[in-house]
Design a protein around this ligand. Structure first.
Ligand code: TRP
Length: 533
């Protein structure tokens, strides 16, 4: 026991005061800690964050965009975008989350000590809800395709199988053509699984799940690559994938694609990395972790390209055509071209199909979980709801929105919403983020803090990137996209430019208004909250 004898009265009082202040502070500290869940381990966090980043975007979007942008030459703009924008923005998001220990809307308010800024966070949440609504549909397709793989007999004409038999695609989004109940069923299944995992909580649900499935996903992709490169003709595909056509680098579009792909793939711009960062314990190694997550994500995309192009090379050589003739647009790569290629395999096409679609399922589901956790975690915190209630609300909203994608005209809607969520929503939010951090908050202040959390540190290049480089590139990209939309009804080959534009813009404005409304009615205010460190 500490003896206070020999001290003056004033000193005694002072000591007692300090004692009580400390006691009180440590108690409130414990309260804060207890009320917020956190990852059990750093490994768990990395698995969760890479689980979010590695998704459908890596497995079919990256190979397709690479194909579309001149093969191997695309690695240059991709890596450039990764270093100049992807990693710096990942650091910002994990930094905001880690520093405030709050979900996006409240994190923004707390970080900038301004209620209005919370609007950006709410808008990101709306974006996440939109993305989840159709992302889940594609995961549902993957579940169906796992089941269908053993009977790849339909592989003879996967184009017509996918479009007519499977989707029942009416060819026109305005003609909904009734409900496709098969797809509705797998969509419901996807939501039940997702809701179940999230309700279990950050550690017991999400972390446990990702720690189990993500390593499996890496093993499966390695097996798939080995299978692909040992097929006859695979080297043609790989040569094509890995040999650069540098002339493409002069096209602005290729660079914009690279930035868009990097943002989408790293799961930034929708508050997810803020949410996952906010569950980090202690200091959290923000810079280190950002590099690890970004490299793992890029590596997985690269590996998926090997598997896909190896297989396509085999197909091209079996039918005796050039590889450029066998690749189709976007989504069809995974659900038409790839199944067709493996159906030609002499042996094991069923099992290869199961492997490929299981990878899509794991990669997609872990991303969907992160999207839903972002939204449900935010309403849970801002409206004082229980985890169960918040999760059920978000899952029901998303499932409800998803019903339109499960109609026979739904395929058109997936394409329309995808464009606007990615280009308009995501790029716009990232732009606001970098302007807020770069020009309103002081980049140096954030840099000092993230460096303090981490052994690996960033230098002043990071400030430059956030202040100048990212905003300029994002504005240029956004402008180019808007011009494209106005001129040609982007995306190219989109048969419904006007419809896409009206729906996209409506979603955009409605999203903004809802975000504003949520800001007004949220119950918790964090503008006066102090940071823990
Ligand atoms: N990164 C995911 C993918 O590559 C897609 C994605 C974009 C995402 N933004 C997100 C996932 C936000 C979760 C959260 O497929």
């Amino acid at each position: 026991m500490l003896s206070l004898n020999g001290l003056g009265k004033g000193e005694k009082l002072k000591l007692i005061e300090i004692f009580y202040i400390q006691k009180y502070l440590s108690k409130s500290h414990i309260l804060v800690k207890m009320s917020r869940e956190s990852w059990k381990s750093r490994w768990g966090f990395i698995m969760a964050a890479t689980g979010s980043a590695i998704g459908l975007g890596n497995v079919w979007r990256f190979p397709y965009i690479t194909y579309d942008s001149g093969g191997g030459a695309f690695f240059i703009p991709f890596l450039f975008a990764l270093f100049t924008a992807g990693i710096p923005i990942l650091i910002i998001e994990l930094g905001i989350g880690g520093k405030t220990k709050r979900s996006p809307p409240l994190a923004f308010q707390k970080f900038f000590s301004k209620k209005k800024v919370g609007w950006v966070g709410w808008w990101a949440i709306i974006g996440a809800i939109f993305l989840a609504s159709y992302y889940s549909v594609i995961i549902g397709w993957s579940i169906s395709y796992i089941g269908l793989s053993p009977s790849l007999g339909w592989g003879k004409n996967p184009q017509s199988f996918f479009m007519n038999d499977f989707l029942g695609w009416t060819g026109n989004p305005l003609n909904l053509g009734g409900m496709n109940f098969g797809i509705l069923a797998v969509l419901a299944l996807t939501w039940v699984i997702t809701g179940f995992i999230i309700i279990k909580g950050v550690t017991k649900g999400i972390e446990k799940c990702v720690k189990f499935v993500m390593p499996i996903c890496w093993v499966l992709i390695m097996i798939l690559i080995i299978r692909a490169v040992t097929l006859p003709g695979a080297t043609d595909g790989l040569n094509w994938y890995l040999s650069p056509d540098f002339s493409k680098l002069s096209e602005g579009r290729v660079w914009i694609n690279a930035y868009g792909q990097v943002f989408f793939s790293l799961s930034v711009g929708m508050g997810t990395m803020i949410t996952y960062g906010s569950y980090m314990k202690g200091k959290g190694e923000i810079v280190n972790n950002s590099f690890i997550i970004a490299f793992a994500d890029a590596l997985f995309a690269f590996l998926s390209g090997l598997a896909v192009f190896g297989t396509l090379g085999f197909m091209a050589s079996s039918i005796g055509v050039e590889i450029t003739e066998v690749v189709q647009q976007g989504m069809e790569l995974a659900f038409v071209t790839y199944p067709k290629a493996i159906s030609m395999m002499p042996l094991g096409s069923g099992i290869t199909g199961i492997l490929f679609f299981s990878i899509l399922l794991i990669a997609g589901l872990t991303s969907l979980i992160s999207l839903v956790e972002t939204a449900s975690g935010s309403i849970m915190e801002a409206f004082n709801l229980s985890r169960k209630k918040a999760t059920v609300i978000i899952c029901l909203i998303d499932f409800g929105m998803g019903i339109i994608f499960a109609t026979k005209g739904g395929f058109g809607w997936v394409n329309i919403i995808d464009l606007y969520v990615n280009y308009a929503g995501l790029i716009f939010i990232v732009l606001i983020e970098v302007i807020l951090i770069g020009w309103i908050y002081n980049t140096k202040r954030l840099r000092i803090w993230v460096n303090y959390t981490s052994e690996l540190t960033v230098g002043s290049w990071w400030d430059w990137s956030v202040k100048i480089f990212c905003p300029l590139f994002l504005i240029a990209g956004l402008a180019a996209t808007i011009i494209d939309i106005i001129q040609s009804g982007y995306p190219k080959n989109n048969p419904y430019p006007n419809l896409a534009m009206i729906i996209g813009l409506t979603a955009f404005v409605v999203g903004m208004l809802i975000a504003y409304q949520l800001l007004q009615i949220q119950k918790v205010n964090t503008t006066m909250e102090k940071f823990e460190d």
